[in-house]
Design a protein. Structure first.
Lengths: 717, 343
């Protein structure tokens, strides 16, 4: 009784666990239960039950309600799909003028809108692409195919790679100095010499459209949300879901709306990249000190000047993190959108991964990372740039960069011209090194992988078997063994104990949605993989973070490593693990662990850093040992920060698990991937995406509520 | 007398959802307690005063007394709930947005407690900011800003970022920025409160030097009574949104109006604050010695001279005319007199 009074929370938790296990043991596995329940509507089986809702028939295998809830939401994906098709094909037909056929045509409104949007995006991408690579689509856009046929000279020639490489180096020099310029030059040269020029420029043209558009929309909406509470309230739930929604899931609906190709990829990228930009803009604007705003007002700023000259620049730090996020999302989408026909490095990467050509995949992945880092650093340098008012410069000094670029253009064209004379065999290496005519290290890597595989085969195999048989499969079986009711009780109970009725209701709603969808089993598998990944990631991340924090240099070193690793598009992580472990769950999990350890480490370090220096001194003066200080002072105070890191780790892990479907998993991701090639996949893809997002949101809600309470408790806020 | 530059007539600022209705119902008799019970907080309660051209009014009060709120009403960073404010005869509360911006761009400058510099701009750009907002050409605004940099003694640091400067230097930038548009009215919101005592004293002296040169109309907010005494032409002491007393420093020290004001004045070393003219008597027919003192001297500086005399001393003005007299007893009474009662 004494103990009960002393630790009431602890006993409440124990009680909850007891109820959970009691339910688990009380409810038996039905004899007919098999893991794969199949997509209800595809398999017709006399054992199935069925119900009709909103005119949609949903078929499913019925179990005891305590074991698995019936998929009462099974109509949702079908209904979404049908609505989408109705919107596209039958809703609001209107007369539109058709340029090509010179007549009015009846078309549904939504189709017309999406087609126009598509045409606009395509034009932007083609314009940049043809400046870089040459072509005639842009000219066609202004004239017509007939005109092109009549004038064979009309074609954009494209820039020789020498000009692009030197140009980017000059731009980098102007923005960020010698180091950045050198990096730009080297990476561009690398890309060219290794024969990745064309796909790289295709990817670049896609990103140069997607990133600025995402930035503009994100900033605009962020400002709107800052100015109006109503806009913020309307946006918030969407932002929340989008943050944890796997990027795959948006592909299919966008496919239906915008078709296949680069333009659809741009639109999807915007859908994915805008939410974090909005959030970070809002965060930054909120953090501007009120006196700075007053100073702006007293300087006589109009509302527009206040926003553009005071608020946004002062919130620059957070907005820049947003830009960084946008760029990262763009590059990861550059790969993912290859699924819906975007050209470029992503396509090559996927192709190489599919053929298990690790060397080629590595090269493509490296190019993506090189460009990603370059753009990231350049945007950062651009925002931090200073103006020098006092350089008494003459014309040459002021315009030296432009002049130099002019010289480069001439030299580049001359070089390309000489090249066309010198290289008689048809490939002008000074203009563009053709794909697969450059140097390639693919063979080297492939042989290396083979060697590693041959040499260490026994060990790798043994490790792999051990992990799968002794760890993963039992864990998976445990997760699947949970009756639906027991899971619900556990989750809702946790919600109640942490955040009271409100939290319990939110969490209950989110869980019910998944439980009532046809994919509860799959969701359990996704959760098991994510859990495993998160546990290992956090153990590694917290340990490494704490160890590194003991020394200033190692702290900075680790943060830099985190920065670099975060710049790699997520698909790149799949390459090395596939090298070693082939197509197994182990590969996916290792990729998950590597990827998700980044936020765990980073937040641990930053959490420990946020402990006030005064407390350190106070603790030292009370005579604590290093360990006492760590456990009594630093950990408790860094705890809220570390928990936010855990939150991020979960989001990262879920994301990678879903990507892992590409290697082959049996979870929600696999179905999302399947939905991509399904004509009626839009509804399924979206619903599956929402399911994954909700898994993330359940943990997000619990952790955030808990962190909020801890913060209040510790008096830091 | 010419029109006052700033004129406030029963200004109220009440925070809360139904502040305006409650103010109307209160009928000019605002009681902070009843308002608080109804969810409203009284920031400024019936403030009326005038500031004339070239005058420095220091508003003194502890934190939460409403002094900063009062300043924000007059600069219209917040809208007053009731009352009227006139800036050079213009009704401030009736200005539309454009007129308000015009007023701020040309007539007003403000200095903030936490400096409120733009972190992404250099010293020079910060100072040039109000000029560029006005639409002045970059070159002209930079030249003007450079003059300002020299005025506040930051030459050589114009390309530094605010984060690279000490607190005192940052506030110099804040001062230079507020003066860049050559405003007539200068608002200072606890400009020196965030600074170390030594730097604060240095900045106060610097501020007096500037004011001697520029002769702006000033509203200066502070929570430091000594600072108020040192700088002010007149002091307004605020408590709970109400102006308890508004008078010259000497009168406040000599005749505190309320118990609250008295608490501040008790500890003040009068001989360092009061001038001879504040305490001198009429010209008397008594025998006055050869020694004369100027009426503008601080007591401390001439006390020894007067106290060593056994008789009344003549007080002169700038032109050496005798305008009054002072005897040693008066000095002793002034310096030590008031305190006895308190023990």
């Amino acid at each position: 009784m004494e103990l009960l009074k002393k630790y009431p929370k602890l006993f409440q938790w124990l009680f909850l666990l007891a109820v959970f296990f009691a339910l688990c043991f009380a409810i038996d596995v039905p004899e007919t239960y098999k893991f794969i329940r199949g997509q209800a509507e595809f398999v017709k089986d006399p054992n199935q039950s069925a119900f009709v809702f909103l005119g949609k028939e949903v078929r499913y295998y019925a179990f005891d309600v305590f074991w698995r809830l019936p998929p009462l939401l099974g109509w949702l994906p079908i209904w979404i799909n049908d609505s989408l098709f109705f919107l596209m094909n039958d809703w609001m037909p209107m007369e539109f003028w058709n340029e090509d056929t010179q007549e009015y045509k009846t078309r549904p409104l939504v189709l017309q809108i999406t087609r126009n949007l598509t045409a606009f995006m395509t034009f932007l991408i083609e314009l940049i692409r043809e400046i870089l690579l040459g072509g005639l689509e842009t000219i066609v856009a202004f004239t017509s195919w007939d005109w092109i046929d009549a004038n064979p000279w009309a074609e954009l020639p494209g820039l020789p790679w020498t000009i692009v490489a030197a140009g980017s180096a000059i731009l980098a020099y102007k923005l960020g100095g010698k180091g950045l310029a050198l990096y730009a030059l080297l990476s561009m040269t690398y890309i060219s010499i290794f024969g990745q020029w064309k796909p790289s420029m295709q990817t670049l043209s896609f990103i140069l459209v997607a990133a600025p558009l995402s930035f503009i929309f994100g900033l605009g909406l962020g400002v709107a949300a800052y100015k109006s509470k109503r806009v913020e309230k309307a946006l918030y739930p969407i932002l929340l879901v989008m943050q944890t929604m796997p990027q795959y899931a948006v592909l299919v609906p966008a496919l239906v709306l915008f078709g296949v190709g680069d333009h659809a990829a741009v639109i999807i990228t915007m859908i994915v990249a805008v939410p974090p930009m909005i959030l970070l803009t809002l965060l930054g604007l909120r953090a501007v000190p009120p006196e700075v705003i007053e100073a702006g007002r007293m300087s006589g700023c109009s509302n527009w000047q206040l926003m553009s000259k005071v608020l946004i620049p002062t919130a620059r730090r957070d907005i820049l993190i947003g830009v960084n996020q946008v760029i990262m999302v763009c590059f990861s989408m550059a790969v993912i959108s290859a699924f819906i026909g975007a050209k470029g490095l992503g396509f090559n990467l996927l192709l190489a991964l599919n053929q298990l050509n690790i060397g080629l995949a590595l090269e493509a992945g490296l190019c993506i990372s090189l460009i990603a880092i370059l753009l990231d650093k350049m945007s950062l340098a651009w925002a931090n740039k200073q103006v020098d008012y006092f350089g008494n410069l003459n014309f040459f000094q002021r315009n030296k960069n432009s002049l130099f670029f002019g010289v480069i253009v001439i030299v580049g064209i001359l070089l390309a011209y000489f090249g066309s004379i010198y290289f008689k065999d048809g490939y002008n290496y000074l203009f563009e090194v053709p794909h697969n005519k450059g140097i390639s290290t693919a063979d080297f890597w492939n042989k290396g992988v083979d060697w590693i595989f041959d040499t260490f085969f026994v060990y790798i195999k043994a490790f792999n078997t051990w992990l799968i048989v002794d760890v993963l499969q039992p864990m998976r079986a445990l997760y699947l063994r949970m009756p639906a009711v027991a899971t619900l009780v556990l989750v809702v109970g946790a919600g109640y104990l942490i955040g009271g009725v409100r939290s319990a209701l939110v969490v209950c709603g989110l869980t019910l949605f998944i439980a009532l969808s046809p994919w509860w089993d799959r969701a359990l598998v996704t959760t098991y993989m994510a859990t495993f990944g998160v546990l290992v990631s956090c153990t590694i991340g917290f340990t490494v973070g704490t160890l590194c924090f003991q020394n200033k240099h190692s702290t900075n070193f680790m943060l830099n490593i985190c920065d670099i690793f975060q710049t790699f598009p997520s698909f790149v992580y799949l390459i090395p693990v596939m090298m070693l472990f082939g197509i197994t769950d182990t590969s996916v999990l290792i990729a998950v662990i590597v990827y998700a350890t980044i936020p765990a480490t980073r937040y641990t370090i930053e959490g420990l850093r946020s402990v006030p220096a005064g407390l350190h001194d106070a603790a030292t003066m009370s005579g604590v040992t290093k360990f006492q200080r760590l456990f009594k002072i630093e950990f408790p105070l860094a705890f809220p920060h570390m928990m936010l890191g855990l939150n991020q780790t979960i989001v990262f892990a879920l994301f990678m698990v879903i990507i892992g479907a590409f290697i082959g998993t049996e979870d929600l991701g696999q179905y999302i991937l399947k939905a991509l090639s399904d004509k009626k996949g839009a509804g399924i893809g979206l619903t599956l995406g929402i399911c994954v997002a909700f898994i993330g949101l359940i943990f997000d809600n619990l952790i955030r509520t808990w962190v909020g309470q801890r913060k209040k408790h510790l008096g830091i806020d | 007398m010419s029109e006052p530059v700033i004129k406030c007539q029963s200004v109220y600022k009440i925070f809360g959802a139904n502040a305006e209705r409650m103010l109307k119902e209160a009928n000019g008799n605002v009681d902070a307690k009843t308002f608080q019970e109804n969810g409203c907080i009284v920031g400024v309660n019936n403030a009326s005063f005038e500031v004339s051209k070239g005058e420095m009014l220091v508003v003194m009060g502890l934190s939460g007394s409403g002094k900063s709120t009062l300043l924000r009403c007059i600069s219209r960073l917040t809208d007053a709930t009731g009352g009227k404010i006139f800036i050079e005869g213009q009704d401030l509360l009736n200005l539309n947005n454009k007129e308000l911006i015009d007023l701020r761009r040309n007539k007003m400058g403000m200095v903030f407690q936490s400096f409120a510099l733009l972190p992404h701009k250099t010293v020079l750009e910060n100072i040039a900011f109000p000029l560029q907002i006005k639409g002045i050409k970059t070159e002209d605004s930079i030249n003007k800003a450079m003059d300002m940099v020299k005025l506040v003694g930051l030459d050589g640091r114009e390309n530094y970022f605010p984060r690279e400067l000490s607190g005192g230097q940052q506030q110099r930038v804040g001062i230079a920025r507020s003066l860049a548009v050559e405003p007539d009215i200068w608002f200072l919101d606890e400009p020196f409160s965030a600074l170390d005592p030594l730097i604060r004293k240095e900045m106060q002296d610097e501020f007096l030097r500037l004011q001697e040169k520029l002769q702006k109309t000033i509203m200066f907010i502070t929570h430091d009574f000594d600072e108020a005494l040192k700088l002010a032409d007149r002091i307004a002491i605020m408590k709970d949104g109400i102006i308890e007393q508004l008078d010259t420093p000497a009168n406040i020290v000599l005749n505190p109006a309320t118990e609250y004001v008295k608490k501040f004045t008790e500890e003040v070393p009068r001989e360092k604050v009061l001038l001879i003219k504040d305490v001198m008597d009429e010209i008397t027919s008594d025998d006055m010695g050869d020694i004369k003192v100027s009426k503008d001297e601080i007591i401390e500086n001439v006390a020894e001279k007067i106290l060593t005399q056994e008789k009344t001393v003549a007080v002169t003005d700038g032109k050496n005319n005798i305008v009054g007299s002072i005897n040693p007893a008066k000095i002793i009474n002034t310096v030590f007199g008031g305190r006895k009662n308190n023990h």
